[in-house]
Ligand binder design. Sequence first.
Ligand code: ADP
Length: 448
Amino acid sequence: MFDTVLIANRGEIALRVVRTCRDMGITSVVVHSGVDADSAAAQAADRRINIGPADPRRSYLYAPAVIEAARLTGAQAVHPGYGFLSEDPDFATICAENGLVFVGPAAEVMARLGDKSTARRMMADAGLPVVPGSREPVGTADEAAEVARRIGYPLIVKAVAGGGGRGMAVVRDAGALLPTFRATRASAQAAFGDNRVYMEQYLYGARHIEIQVLADGHGNVVHLGERDCSVQRRHQKLVEESPAPELPPGLADRLAGYAVAGCRAAGYRGAGTFEFLVRGAEAAFIEVNSRIQVEHPVTEMVTGIDIVREQLRIAAGEPLGFDQDRVERRGASVECRINAEDPARDFAPCPGTLTGFRAPGGPFVRVDTHAFPGAQARPEYDSLLAKVVTWGQDRDQALARMRRALGELRVEGPGVHTTAGLLADVLDDPDFCAGRHDTTLLDRRAAS
Ligand code: ADP
């Protein structure tokens, strides 16, 4: 096992990784920007290193500074967390060239899966059902019209390099196709430096169901079951849970089988997530995320497996310590994302100083947060302040504990709004409570 791991991230996930390092007796190094010098992660780490200014392009995204910090501290491995450099194959290559283990899949595998159009094709070839759409990126207006004729409306234009709910747009009818196609290419170029887009049928009213996988470099692949992440705003998740409620019988197992087959076909190594859309009995692959997910704690709560620990063990070359039969799932777990955003202003981020912060606690509540009184929600970074996670013997108990937990949570600061109130309302929504909701839930609530 590694002696020293460098964590190339910030916020709650950096602190999350520090904690597992400590559990495993590994020295943790957190890199931070100037404004994060007193962050919870930097304070908790064994060592911290300032790698640049607040602008992430000059700190968290600046590979040479991260590599230099690893060299200075004698780290053997780099855990990239999520976001920032976590899905950048070039960064994985640079790590390898500098004798550092990148905690994640091989750079070539990440490159293939990170290209969402290539990933679709690869998974279709491996026998997974994919959403009907273009097999290749769509380059011209004529091609776009041709694909639209084949798959019909509504459809969705998606950036090949997209992520985080950005770089996609729904097209309702033929009149909107060309403007949306052009606008999505332009926004993909601006956001990702890659204007390629592809097209899929838009499955209105689908649920987002994903499978957590772990694959070692020795041919062992296991899945840790599914998560339902259907409560979304602007194609980004707000509430996640495991198991997924009210799925048709056998569907979760079928998706898990697809994910394991997809992992093998891709030569995947590490922790990863296969995402699917499910509508009725219809299920289709949409993408793979080749990193730890924000919502991984709900899977940890029902399986008792520390996913970051498994990532580190796999990266160190150890075989998985268990096979599929040993993965037991107990009870139900829910996560609510507390973001510094104003739901009343289309979820606009509202950074500011947290004059007050109190995390919930008590039985079967886990809070992953980097917030504390006096901390700053910075405009340069992700608005996630805290993840409140609960466990119950069944879904109703997990939800009851979540209502209690959100009732205890206090986030205060001038101008700082959060998603907490909206999520408390969702917890009382009849469709959500019955497990009948889909990705349109929040839009429908907003419209009513
Ligand atoms: P990202 O990589 O940006 O997260 P995804 O491809 O994972 O993008 O999609 C994010 C969300 O967008 C999905 O969970 C779903 O709500 C919506 N979405 C994506 N593709 C489709 C589709 N073909 N039909 C319906 N909804 C979709």
